[in-house]
Design a protein. Structure first.
Ligand SMILES: Cc1ncc(COP(=O)(O)O)c(C=O)c1O
Length: 413
């Protein structure tokens, strides 16, 4: 394979000039002067020839990088018709709609590119159908950064300088089982939106029995229930949908991130016909130029097949993560204060101040992970389903070495 190279100094200099400079500096440090050049499965090859293990990528690479089935489907579609006329029916789009809905028991779907697209349309539909404005979300939730979704995202980190935010949103305390019934009494709630496990918020699960109660209470009050599974769905946490596995029925299920197979951007809002009604009346109620893009849909159908095929392997990788992360925490009791997560989504809580330098050190040593901006002490690990034994071994050796080095540095200070 030919590895694309850019002159070392000039890439970061140009990046500093044209893109956020702090990102350029962070990327230069993480790659130790090299940049990402190629990738396959859970391994990324850098421009200096080194390989690093990717357990980050913010959850996009559930199937790893360049899953062959997804790449082949995308290439076939590229060679035939990657873009829709949107004046004619496109079979790749219709096939993907049926493939997705067949897996989640809902009737209708709206297609977008980013997670926030799916959040926006779900809330817009709920407001239109109920003719009510208020939305209930949860403390610690993350639903995106477009202005509408941002109001649902709880963390003040993302709100600074932007208040007042759009829309009326009330954030519920995560463990308050009565909260939806209490809020709904005012009769102005259009929707309840939840992430069954708050990912960006630090890999913090909501209590399934509270969720079941909230969903019932919201329904009884005539409000819609939206399960944002953009990060946790598609078997990242074991089941295709966490809500369905927990035994509560959402009116809308949101998917994104890994839906395009880690190859193309694709998101979806799967919904009941009742919630979707405004789009049946008028498809232009909410649309976007690239929503329902044939290239993305062809990759998406292939991704859904690959995710089904890899379900057992995903479960095995999840079991390895569970066992080894708990051992790692026991080996580093002064550094790791908690291990949270399930399947292929894990959060390691470190003592205050340790997480940022450890994440930087992990990258240099050969393991990429994702931070949680609204939970700065959490290291988020998102291993792909296709992670191999050697990649898992390397990841855990790297975690152990970085934690040990941090302990030694802290002892010196
Ligand atoms: C649960 C959840 N919802 C929504 C979003 C927003 O997705 P995007 O960044 O693709 O707009 C994210 C992104 O991290 C997410 O984790």
């Amino acid at each position: 394979m030919t590895i694309p190279r850019a002159p070392r100094g000039s890439l970061f200099r140009t990046m500093r000039r044209h893109l956020p400079p702090s990102l350029a500096i962070a990327y230069q440090l993480a790659g130790d002067g090299a940049h990402e050049a190629a990738a396959s499965g859970a391994t990324v090859t850098l421009s200096d020839g080194r390989n690093v293990v990717d357990f980050g990528s913010y959850g996009v690479t559930l199937l790893g990088h360049r899953h062959p089935r997804v790449v082949d489907a995308a290439i076939d579609q590229l060679r035939t018709m990657p873009t829709a006329t949107r004046a004619l029916a496109n079979p790749a789009v219709v096939k993907f709609a049926a493939d997705l809905l067949g897996r989640c028991g809902l009737d209708r779907v709206w297609l977008g590119s980013d997670g926030a697209d799916a959040v926006e349309v779900a809330v817009k539909l709920a407001r239109r159908v109920t003719e009510r404005t208020r939305v209930l979300a949860v403390e610690g939730a993350f639903h995106g950064k477009t202005l509408g979704a941002l109001a649902l995202t709880h963390s003040p980190v993302f709100h600074a300088g932007l208040e007042p935010l759009l829309g009326q949103v009330t954030h519920l305390p995560a463990d308050d089982a009565e909260a939806v019934a209490r809020e709904a009494e005012r009769g102005d709630v259009s929707a309840l939106i939840v992430e069954p496990i708050r990912g960006e918020g630090g890999v913090r699960p909501l209590n399934p029995s509270v969720l079941r109660r909230w969903a019932e209470d919201a329904r009884e009050a005539g409000a819609f229930v939206i399960s944002d599974e953009i990060q946790v769905g598609l078997r990242r946490c074991g089941d295709f949908s966490v809500a369905l596995a927990q035994g509560w029925q959402p009116d809308a299920l949101l998917f994104g991130k890994a839906l395009g197979g880690g190859v193309v951007p694709l998101s979806a809002m799967a919904a009941t016909t009742e919630l979707y009604e405004p789009l049946i009346e008028n498809p232009a109620f909410h649309s976007s130029t690239f929503g329902g893009h044939p290239l993305a849909c062809a990759a998406g159908s292939a991704a859904l097949e690959a995710i089904d095929e890899l379900a057992d392997r995903g479960r095995e990788v999840g079991e390895v993560m569970d066992a080894r992360l708990h051992t790692l925490a026991k080996d580093h009791p002064g550094l790791v204060s908690e291990v949270r997560g399930t399947g292929l989504l894990w959060g390691l809580e470190l003592i205050p101040g340790a997480t940022a330098p450890v994440i930087a050190d992990l990258a240099v040593r050969g393991l990429l992970v994702s931070p949680c901006l609204s939970s700065p002490e959490t290291i988020r690990l998102l291993p792909p389903m296709v992670s191999t034994g050697p990649e898992l071994d390397r990841a855990f050796e790297t975690l152990d070495a970085a934690f040990e080095a941090h302990r030694a540095d802290a002892a010196e200070d």
